[in-house]
Ligand binder design. Structure first.
Ligand SMILES: [Zn+2]
Length: 245
């Protein structure tokens, strides 16, 4: 057997690497040689767009790729194609939409990357909630330490408003005070996004050359920011419920 023949056979024995139609090597969605749509392969959303697993992404390029692929995968293009090509283009389309929606949103992108890294955000907040319930500290989540004082005071004030409303009373000064605190919380909520983006830069540097310890450290910081953000969001929701009731 010649070297060339051996090489050809090795490509053929790995069908995931070769175009189903012409046998050339293919890109993730379309064959670069003949342009035929390819059956979807399990890839993460970053790889789907050909991006590294970094958090600072070229948003312009993401958008361009999205519109370009959307057009190429449009059902009209496959109206005359054989069934399996129609099917693949639909599957690729739905993958494309999920991948785009996830990566273009800074929070979803971060949460997605953390999941790829094996961090279960929901599990984590669930266990924190259960711990808090068991200790009777607070009904929902563990209070971020830097918010402890404010949250304590705000919850007291919310209780007071609830009690007043039951009695049909009204305290405009208290409502105004709560409104001010809500505004401050909303500002903190926005600031957390900037803090998170600061960790993106740290993460991206570590992707290629960092140690696992360094990476874990940055992951934990990002998880912490996301948890604090969720906590504030729930708190603002509570405030709104009381103010609107
Ligand atoms: Zn091909």
């Amino acid at each position: 057997m010649t070297e060339t023949l051996r090489a050809v056979l090795s490509i053929l024995s790995e069908p995931s690497g070769a175009c189903w139609s012409c046998g050339e090597m293919r890109a993730a969605h379309f064959c670069s040689a003949c342009g035929k749509v390819q059956p979807p392969v399990p890839v993460d959303y970053f790889s789907f767009f050909g991006f590294p697993r970094k958090l600072n992404i070229d948003e312009k390029r993401l958008e361009q790729e999205f519109y370009d692929l959307s057009r190429k995968l449009h059902p009209d293009v496959y109206a005359q194609a054989e069934n399996r090509e129609q099917q693949w283009s639909l599957e690729q389309s739905s993958l494309l939409n999920d991948a785009y929606r996830t990566l273009k949103d800074p929070i979803k992108r971060t949460e997605y990357l953390l999941r790829l890294e094996g961090v279960e955000l929901e599990e984590q907040s669930k266990s924190a909630t259960e711990k808090a319930r068991a200790s009777g500290e607070i009904k929902k989540q563990v209070v971020p330490p830097d918010l402890l004082e404010e949250v304590f005071e705000l919850n007291m004030q919310l209780e007071e408003v609830r009690a007043q409303k039951k009695l049909g009373e009204d305290d405009p000064a208290l409502i105004e005070e709560i409104g001010k605190q809500k505004l401050a919380l909303e500002e903190k909520y926005e600031a957390l996004l900037s803090e998170l983006k600061g960790y993106w830069a740290d993460w991206d540097k570590l992707v290629d050359c960092g140690t696992e310890d360094d990476r874990r450290d940055v992951r934990n910081k990002m998880v912490d920011v996301l948890n604090r953000r969720n906590y504030i969001r729930n708190l603002v929701r509570d405030v709104n419920e009381v103010l609107e009731s």
